[in-house]
Design a protein around this ligand. Structure first.
Ligand SMILES: C[S@@+](CC[C@H](N)C(=O)[O-])C[C@H]1O[C@@H](n2cnc3c(N)ncnc32)[C@H](O)[C@@H]1O
Length: 269
């Protein structure tokens, strides 16, 4: 990320979720505040320069599908008794503002620059911060969840769902390991996405994202991801390409973008 600047990709994916609400049929992810949270923000067209309409559509659907995947796994964990949800690298994610359970607390962890920008955005958009939500500013490259602001607000003993969408790719391996190590020591579900080593189709996008100051740093094959998670003691429950989920959600695609991102649900049980 650019020093002192909020994440530009956080805005781009939030705008994609907002566009998904009206442009795509079927809609695979419904978010009644997706549009409000980006209202008045500037376009992020630099990421889609030269991209054909079908690639832009599948990318939007992939972003929507990962939020649907996370929402569904969080709902299942909450139904099973979990009462703490931690959104890592939250960006303009809106799950905490759609939480219907007064006894389920959310913690949003994000880079301090992005989090300050989000809080301002919420004020500008008139979106109320619910009493169930706490913010914890953390730069994963300089601190871990075990220190500072996150440690002060996380209930370490509580069953927790950690949601980590669209973040791993921007982190160096040491920061990924630190976070996995922290979560592995809790009673937890973990939901995240990761990119497989890039195909030619996504290399051009990687270049545009790097030009915006947020280079993609970490990729994994599915075998590498299984080895990594099992090495930390996680049970891998699901590791599925986004395209497969889109088929399940009624929007099948064979586009390579759909196989470039995989969604994981792992747990420490
Ligand atoms: C593509 S956005 C995804 C945001 C959100 N999870 C979503 O899906 O809408 C990437 C997020 O990772 C966060 N991030 C990137 N590097 C980070 C770091 N070193 N420490 C904390 N957060 C970081 C950014 O602030 C941003 O919120």
């Amino acid at each position: 990320m650019e020093v002192g600047q909020p994440s530009r990709t956080a805005l781009a994916v939030a705008r994609a979720r907002a566009q998904h609400q009206t442009l795509d049929d079927p809609r695979v992810f419904t978010d009644p505040i997706a549009t409000r949270i980006v209202a008045g923000t500037e376009p992020t067209g630099e990421f889609d320069r030269g991209v054909d309409a079908e690639a832009a559509r599948v990318r939007r659907l992939t972003i929507a599908a990962r939020s649907r995947f996370a929402d569904d796994r969080v709902a299942a964990a909450v139904a099973g008794g979990t009462r703490q949800v931690v959104v890592l690298g939250a960006g303009l994610d809106t799950a905490a503002y759609r939480n219907p359970h007064p006894d389920v607390r959310y913690v949003e962890v994000d880079h301090p620059d992005t989090q300050a920008w989000k809080r301002n955005r919420l004020r500008e958009a008139g979106i109320e911060v619910p009493p169930t939500l706490t913010f914890a500013p953390v730069d994963f490259e300089r601190a871990t969840l075990a220190d500072g602001p996150a440690a002060a607000v996380l209930d370490r003993a509580a069953d927790t769902v950690f949601v980590w969408l669209g973040v791993i790719v921007y982190l160096p391996r040491a920061a990924i390991d630190d976070t996995l190590g922290y979560i592995a020591g809790r009673k937890a579900d973990l939901v995240f996405d990761y990119p497989v080593p890039p195909s030619p189709e996504v290399c051009a996008r990687a270049e545009r994202v790097a030009a915006a100051g947020e280079p993609w740093l970490s990729y994994f094959t599915a075998d590498e991801m299984r080895t990594l998670l099992e090495g930390f003691g996680f049970t891998l429950l699901e590791d599925r390409p986004a395209g497969e989920l889109l088929g399940e959600y009624g929007a099948p695609t064979a586009h390579p973008i759909g196989s470039g991102i995989r969604l994981v649900h792992a747990a420490t049980r």
